[in-house]
Design a protein. Structure first.
Lengths: 166, 166
DNA sequence: ATACGTGCAAATTGTTTGCGTATGG
DNA sequence: CCATACGCAAACAATTTGCACGTAT
């Protein structure tokens, strides 16, 4: 008898994209619509809300339903494939999960979102959690900022809800 | 003629509570229902959502409408009297604004909320904003934590949405 | 074959608004 | 008096769900 290589489950050949691979590993079916959504998600470099993902999706296949978008986003969030963000407007915004956690600065003047990463912060936050006898599971950190030049002194109101978003 | 003291606007006598005073200073009327809400807000030591404030309110005067609660919370938030928080469940939660900004740890095992304050963090965040040519307007910082003993390794998913809330 | 994926429309949920009346300053 | 506060019900917006039918594995 011949020896087959890659016999173990791991061997998911074909050409699966990163997220498709994750889906395969978790036994999730790869329906046509889901594939389209996955491609969109992998291509995006911003933080779209469900409506926006939906808009981009119907541009590819007009028969995709908004429910599928919501269901897929929720599923991928549970699976840790996507991260849900909340930038102050009502809608939930998403981005692909990346290993080193990063945070966001929201320019309240124009709604622009700037991503940033900082080890010091994480070390500090971990220490704070530990200090209280806790283990840090997740962090949500958003800075609401304005160009260093303009009225209004610094305050503590994150909920000044900027209008435009990326 | 006699000299009257406290002639200037400042002289709001009677016995006004802190928030009532702020309202008076800003020319806001103090309706009966609003007074009740103010008292509740000043007594609370947790982070209730509109529904919960409403529940407590009708316990005092059953004729208060939910719309009044929403309108009052929104008004006080705009006035900087209240701060709106978002702990992962849908509803907006509120607490009385305090000077030194503080943040929250959400125990994902039982939903308990622990407040904390830390100067280092603020200094660091301010530096990060400045580094990008920005001025820090507001911060939103929440730590999702779990008792230092229990499965599940630390991750980056803040949106694991714990069920219970204070 | 069978469980999973998906569309459509209806249902929920949290929050906002229009309007007529009541009331504080 | 006159602006503001308020109740009620209808309006809204984001998201969820039930059901019937396709499709991947």
């Amino acid at each position: 008898m011949r020896v087959r290589i890659g016999r173990r489950a791991a061997a998911v050949s074909k050409t699966l994209s990163p997220i498709e691979t994750l889906c395969a590993e978790r036994g999730l079916h790869l329906g046509k619509k889901r594939r389209i959504l996955i491609r969109l998600l992998e291509e995006m470099d911003d933080h779209p809300c469900a409506d926006e993902v939906y808009a981009r999706a119907i541009a590819v296949d007009s028969r995709i339903g908004i429910a599928t978008v919501y269901r897929t986003l929720a599923l991928f969030e549970e699976e840790g494939i996507l991260v849900r963000r909340d930038f102050g407007d009502k809608r939930a915004r998403y981005e692909v999960a990346r290993k080193p956690p990063h945070h966001h600065m929201i320019d309240v003047e124009n709604g622009r979102i700037i991503e940033f990463e900082d080890d010091q912060i994480h070390a500090l936050l971990e220490r704070i959690a530990a200090r209280g006898g806790y283990r840090l599971i997740g962090t949500r950190l958003e800075l609401f900022v304005a160009p260093a030049d303009s009225r209004a002194a610094p305050g503590t109101s994150p909920s000044d809800a900027p209008k435009p978003f990326d």
